[in-house]
Design a binder for this molecule. Structure first.
Ligand code: CP
Ligand code: NVA
Length: 312
């Protein structure tokens, strides 16, 4: 499939049909990989990965995915490039555009990915900023689709920090008209603009501070670290602020008995999630991690694949 956007900076860039189309395309790529194989729509293309924060899943799934699609990768950080010596983003964007066919960026400010997209003429993919983690949530939709055979008519719960993951879930809810219950302590709620946008688009967003209420009857229960990358200095204080938010078996027992547990990983067992839940039968976190690979490939194919490809 092709997308009507040149970049993937946030799920808001995508139409509802495009979100569903990426999930379908990722499922097809997954089946093909496990079967007779698939095409190499990135043959001859080079993709730069600029990562200013650590990564296991995102980096490896993009690098392996690009290789499986026939392309090649260059891994960089700001520190070991001239970005670390204050070369402007607008200059870097125009130079990279002369060498590579796309850029995957993990950084702090959303304005970094926006600036690279504005000045370059190659697709920019947001591999996580402080504000959003779109590729993760798109891939999580694939995991939900696999488990329930649908995305609609389910209750989604988000527990903990109103962070980049919560923001991308809100944007997924906006695109698809999902019901999303969020429980976030005071001071850690999502950006009100993103909440308002999701409601305006028709999503049912229930935002409160009671984890039990958020989880009650939910089919998809989601949590994430209490201190995201860049917030390590606040970790001890945050552990205190998030008291009562640990997703343990007692809390999970309030969800639908068929509920699945999602965590984008890395997880801090004993903080936002108990070891029992992580390792328990409702946890789908390993499938969830695997699906990053398949969704990255769907995104790459859609943005960098041959223009003549038809939407399936
Ligand atoms: N979930 C996720 O983005 O993991 P990494 O930080 O390991 O890439
Ligand atoms: N919210 C987490 C997600 C890690 C994949 C962070 O930004 O560190």
């Amino acid at each position: 499939m092709k997308l009507n956007t040149e970049h993937l900076l946030t799920i808001r860039d995508l139409s509802p049909a495009e979100v569903r189309g990426l999930v379908a395309s990722a499922a097809e790529l997954k089946a093909a990989l496990k079967g007779a194989g698939h095409e190499k729509p990135l043959a001859g293309q080079s993709v730069a990965l600029i990562f200013d924060k650590p990564s296991t899943r995102t980096r490896v799934s993009f690098e392996v995915g690009i290789n499986q699609l026939g392309g090649n990768t260059l891994f960089m950080t700001s520190r070991d490039s001239q970005l670390g010596r204050d070369e402007p983003l607008k200059d870097t964007a125009r130079v990279l555009s002369r060498y590579v066919d796309g850029v995957v960026v993990r950084t702090f400010g959303q304005e970094v990915v926006s600036e690279l997209a504005r000045w370059g003429d190659i697709p920019v993919i947001n591999a996580l900023t402080d504000r959003y983690h779109p590729c993760q949530v798109l891939s999580d939709l694939l995991t939900v689709q696999e488990r329930f055979g649908k995305l609609d008519g389910l209750t989604y719960a988000w527990l903990g920090d109103g962070n980049n993951m919560a923001h991308s879930w809100l944007e997924a809810a906006a695109a698809l008209g999902l019901t999303l219950n969020l429980a976030c302590p005071e001071g850690f709620t999502p950006d009100p603009e993103i909440v308002a946008h999701a409601r305006d688009k028709g999503a049912v967003i229930n935002l409160g501070d009671d984890p039990r209420q958020a989880v009650a009857g939910a089919q998809v229960v989601n949590t994430d670290v209490w201190a995201s990358m860049g917030q390590e200095g606040e970790a001890d204080q945050r552990v205190k602020s998030f008291g009562g938010y640990t997703l343990d078996q007692k809390l999970l027992s309030l969800a639908d008995p068929e509920a699945i547990v999602l965590h984008c990983l890395p997880a801090h067992r004993g903080e936002e999630i108990s070891d029992e839940v992580m390792e328990g039968p409702q946890s789908v976190v390993w499938d969830q991690a695997e699906n990053r690979l398949h969704m990255q490939k769907a995104i790459l194919e859609a943005l960098l694949g041959p223009q003549e490809s038809e939407t399936t």
